[in-house]
Design a protein around this ligand. Structure first.
Ligand code: ZN
Length: 263
């Protein structure tokens, strides 16, 4: 469902926010509803943007069937397909200057996902300046809405939050605090093309076989034989948490975003 709010006719900026590209990601659908219902925020956005377009519950088929994909098509690889259902989204993207695509994962904190491309420095600095959590990612997919719209010179952000398959309302409330920082500041971002200069994500791998968990910023491994091994996690932001209990040596347990300072 598409809804357009008209804003400041003097502005050249047009904001597009999408939710439900992946059908089993329900928290982003409710996050977008919360954004829309925040009248203080909407009035702020109406002053900064010429229009604000909400594209709710995009993947209706996936949403109704609790599946990520829509009839076996991953809509966040939509630039690898070409047919009419998708043309509407592409045309909205073409008409917009600023795009925010809302997603969720089963085991993560709130963050913006920044691809390590030639515009990454600007997004990292935007996050650092506004105290927004982020992940600078080197293994990105080039067919996503974010990546392709950035190639079209749009300001484009993927926002990730926790939760899959159902609504976990506290996650939505937490995510609203984080997305507010983005929405109140995104109109100010200036994108420059440069060689990426910030540290990207680190995978923290299991050192031993065992049950793994994070406690007090340490990775604890409790083996079947009852032996505890602790490794200190270096300074950084834990972006994804363990998705299961038992890991074998060498498996990736968490993703960490190392600390960056503005250079
Ligand atoms: Zn997603």
């Amino acid at each position: 469902m598409e809804e357009v709010i008209k804003g400041n006719i003097k502005s050249k900026l047009k904001l597009l926010i999408l939710s439900g590209i992946h059908g089993d990601e329900y928290n982003p659908c409710i996050l977008l509803k919360f954004i829309k219902e925040d009248t203080t925020l909407i009035n702020f956005l109406k002053d900064k943007y010429k229009s604000i377009t909400f594209l709710y519950n995009v993947n209706t088929n996936g949403i109704m069937n609790n599946t990520r994909e829509s009839i076996n098509i991953d809509l966040n690889r939509l630039y690898s397909y070409d047919f009419s259902d998708i043309d509407n989204i592409k045309s909205l993207i073409n008409k917009s200057t600023h795009i925010i695509d809302l997603h969720s994962s089963p085991h993560c904190d709130n963050f913006i996902l920044i691809n390590k491309t030639n515009t990454a420095n600007s997004y990292v600095e935007f996050a650092l300046n506004n105290n927004i959590k982020y992940l600078l990612y080197s293994q990105y997919n080039q067919f996503t809405i974010k990546h392709q719209s950035q190639l079209l010179n749009k300001v484009s952000i993927t926002f990730e939050m926790n939760g899959l398959n159902k609504i976990t309302i506290n996650d939505v409330i937490n995510a609203k605090h984080e997305i507010d920082k983005i929405l109140y500041n995104l109109h100010n971002i200036i994108i420059k093309e440069e060689t990426p200069k910030y540290q990207h994500q680190k995978s923290i791998n299991a050192q031993f076989d065992g049950i793994h968990y994070i406690f007090n910023n340490e990775l604890v491994c409790f083996s079947i034989d009852g032996i505890t091994n602790i490794s200190v996690i270096e300074d950084g932001f834990i972006v994804t948490y363990p998705i299961k209990g038992y890991y074998k040596k060498g498996e990736s347990v968490i993703i960490l975003q190392p600390i960056n300072k503005i250079k």
